[in-house]
Design a protein around this ligand. Structure first.
Ligand SMILES: *Cc1c(COP(=O)(O)O)cnc(C)c1O
Length: 343
């Protein structure tokens, strides 16, 4: 029997386990547009409660939860302050302009992290020539920054700026549980500091589909209409929500294993002669640069020949992602393959 393929392209590639499928199969469901699906309600309530927030909104994707939140917080002719490589700007198809008619103030972060003085300096004075700053959005962990995490003190300082200027603060927390597990921070601190939080269930948590947007009851009530106009009102969605609920209950603590494996891969990569540098592997993303004499396409082809998939992440840059479907035996195979690329 040939060895299984190892897919390091993303933590979105995981397949539901038999236990997760069993939970989906057994889920009580109803029509969620009529607010009659008990499993969707249970997921929304459990996710919100974890962060000390009042309500949640189950959606098909993290792009949708982010874009709904941005639309709910902003008006046309206003502006969103975010990092220049943030997912909401870079990888959501220009949705801020399309859905919200809003502009962006793009700030250069340190591995995706902003500082409070940077954010404060980007807030527009009231002037007829300017858009109105209507939202500040942070991303934690930061994808493009290689899974970097914020210090809570920095978020507190940014939240203080937001409060003083009466500007809402959104978190793209696609991988917030990776940040919580890596830092030991409390999820309720995030609920206290942010007006809205988007959480992906289909990344490291291992659900096949789904994200949940969290906030106050009034905020989530407003977002329901926006989800509907985007075509995200789902009917017997409890089958999918059951996977998310199972993921929240069973797959959070184990993220520490993904982080340990990512650190191990980062150390192996740093020792390879064809690797220029590796970003610190703070969570489950390992971003590294190949030396010029090793073209990215050639490196990826050599790995693929050994049954390992990864993605290019810019010129000479590669990203490896560890997740639920990458075990220690696979890490051993990846290390052997990396050593073989050398010769
Ligand atoms: C994956 C991701 C999202 C949402 O992606 P979807 O594929 O739409 O679920 C949002 N933000 C970040 C940082 C992500 O990595």
């Amino acid at each position: 029997m040939s060895e299984p393929l190892i897919d390091l392209r993303s933590d979105t590639v995981t397949r539901p386990t038999p236990a997760m499928l069993e939970a989906m199969f057994r889920a009580p469901v109803g029509d969620d547009v009529y607010e009659e699906d008990p499993t969707v309600r249970a997921l929304e309530q459990e996710a919100a409660a974890r962060f000390g927030l009042e309500a949640g909104l189950f959606c098909p994707s993290g792009t949708m939860t982010n874009q709904i939140a941005i639309k709910a917080h902003t008006e046309p002719l206003s502006e969103v302050v975010c990092e220049q490589t943030s997912h909401i700007y870079l990888w959501e198809v220009g949705g801020i302009a399309f859905h919200s008619g809003a502009s962006v103030a793009l700030l250069p972060g340190e591995r995706g992290r902003l500082t409070a003085p940077q954010v404060e300096a980007a807030i527009r004075p009231v002037n007829v020539h300017y858009p109105i700053t209507s939202l500040i959005s942070l991303e934690n962990t930061h994808n493009r920054g290689g899974g970097s995490c914020y210090e809570l003190a920095e978020i507190e300082a940014i939240a203080e700026v937001a409060r003083r200027h009466q500007i809402p603060l959104h978190l793209d927390g696609a991988r917030i549980f990776n940040a919580l597990v890596a830092t030991g921070q409390e999820s309720t601190e995030y609920g206290r500091l942010f007006d809205s939080i988007s959480v992906c269930l289909s990344k490291g948590l291992g659900a096949p589909v789904g994200s949940v947007l969290l906030g106050s009851r009034a905020f989530i009530q407003k977002t329901k209409r926006i989800r509907k106009v985007m075509g995200g009102g789902m009917r017997q969605a409890g089958y999918l929500a059951a996977a998310g609920l199972y993921a929240l209950q069973h797959n959070v603590e184990r993220l520490a294993d993904d982080h340990r494996r990512a650190r191990q891969l980062a150390a192996t990569l740093a020792a390879q002669p064809y690797v220029d540098f590796v970003l610190p592997a703070d969570t489950n993303l390992v971003i590294f640069r190949l030396r010029d004499e090793m073209p990215a396409a050639q490196f990826l082809a050599r790995l693929e020949a050994q049954g390992i998939k990864a993605s290019a992440f810019g010129p000479q840059m590669i990203r490896f992602v560890t997740h639920l479907d990458v075990d220690d035996a696979m890490i051993g195979r990846i290390e052997a393959a990396l050593a073989a690329v050398r010769s």
